[in-house]
Write a protein that binds this ligand. Sequence first.
Ligand SMILES: O=C(O)COP(=O)(O)O
Ligand SMILES: [Mg+2]
Length: 236
Amino acid sequence: MARPAPVIFDLDGTLIDSVPHLGQALNRLLGEWGRTSVTDAMLRSFIGDGPRRLVERGFAATGRALSREEVGPALARFLDFYAVLPADPGSIYPGVPRTLARLAGAGHPIGLCTNKPQAIARDLLDELELLPFFGAIVGGDSLPQCKPAPEPLLAVLTALGGPFAGAIMVGDGPNDIAAAHAAGIVSILVSYGYGGEPADLSADLVIDRFTDLPDALEAVHRNLASPHPTFPFGRS
Ligand SMILES: O=C(O)COP(=O)(O)O
Ligand SMILES: [Mg+2]
């Protein structure tokens, strides 16, 4: 029997709802600069390209954009604010721990590919008691490239002991789907995250709840084992 396929997860908007904490840190920073706060809806559209872009977008949305010289110190200040916030178990989306436990129990190698800095992502997973599930973590600062480039996904697969047949990326945004596409692996979109309209993102499958994942993986497996697979991305 083929070994279970590796499953690579995005972090923000997929495993955890990071809007409250990112919002607290960003709005503290904006407040120091005399700016108005950003709303949760704005934040959702800012997340997914790492903290530097988040900070830049926060400033651009509330007044003058930061100059190139201002971005570094503003980012450092943002990360200071963010780092002191205690991880909130309530930020984990419903069913994530038990579903990860089920996948790990079935033998799926599990990895993380986020555009958050690697150390921050690792510490967060550790505090939330999710770290033991992950055999590899690649962050937005791990490589010269970040999602939507394929390199971070391929690095996760290598770190998990790949190459593998039938690897799967699970994420909430266009970067996740594009990175999977570029890496030639199957993509599953979670519809509850920050990525916008599922119809605009050409994922192989869409799930509405994290707990739908085992059934989705089964559907991927059946598809890839069929004589005429249509995953990834309508390949025939
Ligand atoms: O924008 C970020 O900081 C991270 O986003 P991601 O975990 O969805 O890649
Ligand atoms: Mg995300």
